[in-house]
Design a protein around this ligand. Structure first.
Ligand SMILES: [Zn+2]
Length: 182
């Protein structure tokens, strides 16, 4: 992946699009904002969008979700995070294979919710999986290794970063817990 999501002076920050602005989407938005990306949150619930606006103000652009809005934002995204939860149902497939194929070169899609029970059953998604995958985007895959033999560098970095996220959000002892559990 060739985009530095945080950007550097003179280079625009990457664009992260979050599909779904409920609990999982808000969690993803916190991480995305922390990375310094340009963040767009979509949802069909005006209440959910309002909660995002209250928490993040101008740091997250809220967008009412429609087929056209999804297409427009997915096509200009560097990273799309699927975070739609419909209780009791499989996560709706908002991004078709055809749309996926038209995404920007180097862009990625992370589905935060393979099915509706995933988040309830696996609270570590928000605390480990998403920061892990975002770290790949932010740095781990920006510096690309020459061959698979060295891919542990990418994974090592991505495994390291959730601990830093824990430290920022939960304090030093949480980071210690994270690193001693690995
Ligand atoms: Zn990884």
């Amino acid at each position: 992946m060739g985009t530095l999501l945080a950007g550097v002076p003179g280079v625009p920050a990457g664009k992260i699009v979050i599909l779904g602005s409920g609990v999982v989407g808000a969690n993803a938005a916190r991480i995305a904002v922390g990375l310094g990306a340009r963040v767009f949150a979509l949802d069909r619930s005006v209440d959910a969008l309002r909660r995002i606006e209250c928490e993040f103000g101008a740091r997250v652009v809220t967008v009412y979700s429609s087929r056209d809005a999804i297409e427009q934002h997915v096509l200009s995204a560097d990273l799309v995070i699927g975070a739609v939860l419909v209780p009791g149902a499989a996560a709706p497939r908002l991004v078709s294979r055809a749309l996926l194929a038209r995404m920007k070169r180097g862009a990625a899609l992370v589905d935060g919710l393979p099915d509706a029970r995933a988040y309830q059953d696996r609270p570590w998604y928000g605390w480990i999986l998403i920061p892990h995958e975002l770290s790949h985007q932010w740095f781990g895959d920006y510096v690309t290794t020459e061959n698979w033999a060295n891919t542990w560098l990418n994974e090592g970095f991505a495994e390291f970063m959730p601990g830093q996220y824990w430290r920022e959000n939960l304090g030093r002892h949480a980071a210690d817990d994270y690193y001693s559990d690995e």
